[in-house]
Design a protein around this ligand. Structure first.
Ligand SMILES: *Cc1c(COP(=O)(O)O)cnc(C)c1O
Length: 301
């Protein structure tokens, strides 16, 4: 299956739109903010998750692999996107879920079971070994399956996320994106490794100073020559999926002001950070900024 057949079988609409957002706080400093609308590439397969799994699916197809296994929490956008792709493509999908939701399925897990996924609940301690013992156990049990890491963040993600850079219609001084498992940021950095003009700024959505940097560095090829990237850790709001009334209110107001839906786990923290950084004059006057809207609205149900 070619890339194009795969995308059209799954009804993926690319390239995603790249649109300017009116941003009153920024205009006095002549700062322009654009949004790359990866939230809108498909109603079910959320933005950056498609970018990260695309080449995994092509790899599965090319190697005649009919079973995919992956990992995530009970609200995981990654399991949701991959589970849907597998269902549409007629592949078996095993979802390894952190924690036992069997008596209390999240909307995401309900979707997965409708899509015939084989759902396995494991406790936190077992889940922690997802890249070591648990992975080995699964590989022994299912030697013919493809095991995709949590969040879809593997070296395949670099190529898929890098396509975002190839789609851009203009160059930017900054590209800003949320960071959780690091694959998206690593892909952006990798995609920009031929230019030092653009700085990549990640917004950590969980408490992870140094840890998040390490995840990103570990995914990048050792010879990576990219110049400028960093992760800001001031906007995690206490941790992964933690939120404050202020953040929730921001998300609601943002939707009204910009006619753009955001949610508090990823994109809400991203745009909140952007607003605050602009207000605090983090970006030099006349900067052109691209915010990557990574989607994720299913998780907010
Ligand atoms: C998974 C996810 C992220 C985080 O991306 P990573 O590559 O894991 O850092 C950001 N936004 C949304 C909507 C996501 O679902």
């Amino acid at each position: 299956m070619t890339q194009n057949t795969l995308a059209s079988n799954l009804n993926i609409k690319l390239p995603s739109a790249e649109q300017q957002l009116p941003w009153p706080d920024a205009e006095s400093a002549n700062i322009k903010v654009f949004v790359k609308r990866d939230d809108a590439i498909n109603p079910i397969i959320s933005g950056n998750k498609w970018r990260k799994i695309k080449f995994q699916l092509i790899n599965a197809e090319q190697n005649n692999i009919r079973h995919i296994i992956s990992f995530g929490g009970g609200f995981s956008n990654h399991l949701h996107a991959l589970g849907y792709c597998c269902f549409q493509l007629g592949l078996k999908f095993t979802a390894i879920v952190r924690g036992d939701y069997s008596n209390n399925l999240s909307p995401m897990l309900k979707d997965l079971s409708r899509w015939n996924a084989d759902i396995r609940y494991v406790n936190k301690l077992v889940y922690k070994t997802r890249d070591t013992e648990l992975r080995q156990t699964l590989a022994a049990e299912y030697p013919d399956a493809l095991i995709v890491p949590e969040g879809g963040s593997s070296h395949y993600a670099l190529k898929g996320v890098g396509e975002i850079i190839q789609e851009l219609k203009q160059s930017y001084d900054y590209i800003v994106a949320p960071v959780a498992s690091g694959g998206t940021l690593a892909g952006l950095i990798h995609g920009l490794s031929n230019t030092c003009k653009t700085q990549v700024l990640g917004i950590g959505v969980l408490k992870g100073q140094d840890y998040l940097e390490r995840l990103v560095t570990d995914l990048l090829p050792q010879a990576n020559t990219s110049c400028h990237w960093q992760i800001n850790h001031d906007y995690h709001f206490g941790g992964y999926a933690k939120k404050s009334p202020e953040l929730e209110q921001f998300c609601q107001e943002f939707k009204q002001t910009h006619n753009l839906k955001i949610e508090p786990v990823y994109s809400g923290k991203l745009f909140f950070a952007l607003q605050d950084l602009i207000k605090n004059q983090y970006f030099p006057p006349a900067s052109k900024i691209l915010a990557l809207h990574t989607g994720g609205l299913q998780g907010a149900r």
